[in-house]
Ligand binder design. Structure first.
Ligand SMILES: [Fe+2]
Length: 232
């Protein structure tokens, strides 16, 4: 089953992800071993703090695609970034194409601090929708305001958001209650995408297959969480 990864920090020199090209190669090889054929390369973008280095980003992405081709890994990389949401600035940067959406789609990967207020997330989703964008909320399991508040999660989805959870959380939930929370999200079909959010080939490595294997039997149809539906 070919998988897609919509959230991965495998390009070197752009953020706290891959340290160098050797690491990127190791991450690509591990992605291949995971059955991944499509990756959206999503370095951090913090538009309220500094400009996203779009030209350097494009060059690095091209180079990574050339490397994947040379190594015959059967993996295609697509543009994207993980945006630390800032009201107004994010929308403007997207409008001006100064930061990439996910693979050129309407979807944008946005993150917030773990203690973000619920209203701030909802407002961000609506503002993005107003400029024709679909917010994909990165690693929603980190947001304290959503923890076990399923009515809020449902409301976010009704407002048009898509929800992404990290594979690492699926493989090793941080405690018994967190596991129950994640299981309920999976069981109720509230999660749209699982992604690796890989930063290295070490602790935070590409781990999609492991996550899929951990849930495939208990939650039939889990492969849909890796198909990047609507994006790729
Ligand atoms: Fe990330």
């Amino acid at each position: 089953m070919p998988l897609a990864d919509i959230h991965c920090h495998l390009l070197p020199g752009l953020d706290d992800g891959s340290r160098d090209w050797d690491t990127t190669e190791a991450m690509l090889r591990r992605a291949r071993d995971n059955g991944i054929t499509r990756i959206i390369a999503t370095p951090h973008a913090d538009p309220a703090v500094k400009a996203f280095p779009l030209d350097r980003y494009k060059e690095t992405l091209d180079k990574a695609n050339a490397l994947s081709l040379k190594l015959e890994l059967g993996i295609t990389l697509y543009p994207g970034c993980e945006i630390m949401y800032a009201e107004g600035v994010t929308e403007r940067m997207l409008e001006d194409a100064r930061i990439p959406s996910l693979a050129g789609s309407r979807h944008v990967l946005v993150e917030f601090f773990p203690d973000v207020k619920y209203d701030a997330i909802l407002s961000a989703i609506r503002r993005l929708a107003y400029v024709g964008r679909i917010a994909v909320l990165a690693h929603i399991e980190r947001f304290e305001c959503l923890y076990k508040r399923f009515e809020r999660i449902t409301e976010l989805k009704a407002a048009g958001a898509k929800l992404q959870v990290n594979c690492g959380t699926i493989i090793k939930p941080p405690g018994f209650f967190a596991k129950r929370y994640i299981d309920k999200l999976l069981g109720d079909g509230l999660i749209d995408y699982l992604a690796t959010d890989a930063h290295s080939d070490g602790m935070r490595r590409v781990n999609a297959k492991e996550a899929y294997d951990a849930i495939a039997e208990r939650f039939p149809g889990s492969e849909r969480l890796f198909d990047a539906k609507g994006i790729l």
